[in-house]
Design a protein around this ligand. Structure first.
Ligand SMILES: [Zn+2]
Length: 177
C-alpha cells in the first residue's frame, strides 16, 4: 500500500503516540527523503535514527555479525532514554547493500516481476527483524523489565528512489503475489 509522503489522510495506520526509533539504510540518495516522511507522521524531533547499510538486512546479515548486537544495544538505549514505543524499519529499492550481502540475487531490474521479487525480499528480511525485535522485547519483560516500556511495535516500509513509501502491512494483505 503506497502512502503519501506528507498528508496524514493517506497514512493508513494509526500515528505513533510516543517516540520512534527509525532504522534506515545509509543510501545517500534517500537521506533527505526520510525527513519529510517522518514529519508526515508528526515525528519531527521525536525519533532516534540508526543507519545500517541494508537497513533490516544489515542488522541480520552474517558478514558483520557485530552489527546485530550494535542494533539491539542501541534499541535498548532508545527504550531507556527516549521511551520509544514504535520502531520503523525503512527498507529501500535499488539497495546496494542487498547486492553486497546477497550477491546476484540481491540485484533487481525494473520489470514488474523484478519489482515484486525485490519487494518480497525486503518484506522477508524486515519481518524477520521485526520478529527478532518482538522476541527481544519479550525477553526483557521476562527478565523483569517494565512491560509498558518494552511494549514496542514495529512497522515495515519500503521506499522507492523518488522517496515514495509503501507500507509493508503486517497481515501481508498488500502482498503482490
Ligand atoms: Zn541501501
Amino acid at each position: 500500500m503506497e502512502i503519501h509522503r506528507t498528508s496524514s489522510n493517506y497514512r493508513p495506520y494509526p500515528p505513533p503516540r510516543k517516540n520512534v526509533l527509525l532504522l534506515s539504510c545509509m543510501d545517500l540518495r534517500l537521506i533527505d527523503d526520510l525527513v519529510p516522511f517522518m514529519e508526515g507522521d508528526n515525528l519531527s524531533n521525536r525519533y532516534d535514527q540508526l543507519v545500517f547499510a541494508g537497513a533490516a538486512l544489515g542488522v541480520i546479515q552474517q558478514d558483520h555479525e557485530s552489527w546485530y548486537d550494535v542494533f539491539f544495544q542501541h534499541l535498548d538505549i532508545a527504550v531507556q532514554l527516549h521511551q520509544i514505543q514504535d520502531v520503523y524499519l525503512m527498507e529501500h529499492r535499488d539497495c546496494g547493500a542487498y547486492a553486497k550481502f546477497l550477491g546476484e540475487s540481491g540485484k533487481y531490474g525494473d520489470s514488474p516481476a523484478e519489482l515484486r521479487r525485490e519487494e518480497a525480499d525486503h518484506r522477508r528480511f524486515a519481518f524477520q527483524l521485526k520478529d527478532e525485535i518482538a522476541a527481544h522485547c519479550a525477553r526483557k519483560i521476562a527478565e523483569g523489565g517494565d512491560p509498558e516500556a518494552w511494549d514496542v511495535h514495529v512497522r515495515c516500509f519500503l521506499m522507492d528512489l523518488r522517496g515514495s513509501v509503501t507500507w509493508l502491512k503486517d497481515d501481508g494483505s498488500d502482498e503482490p503475489f
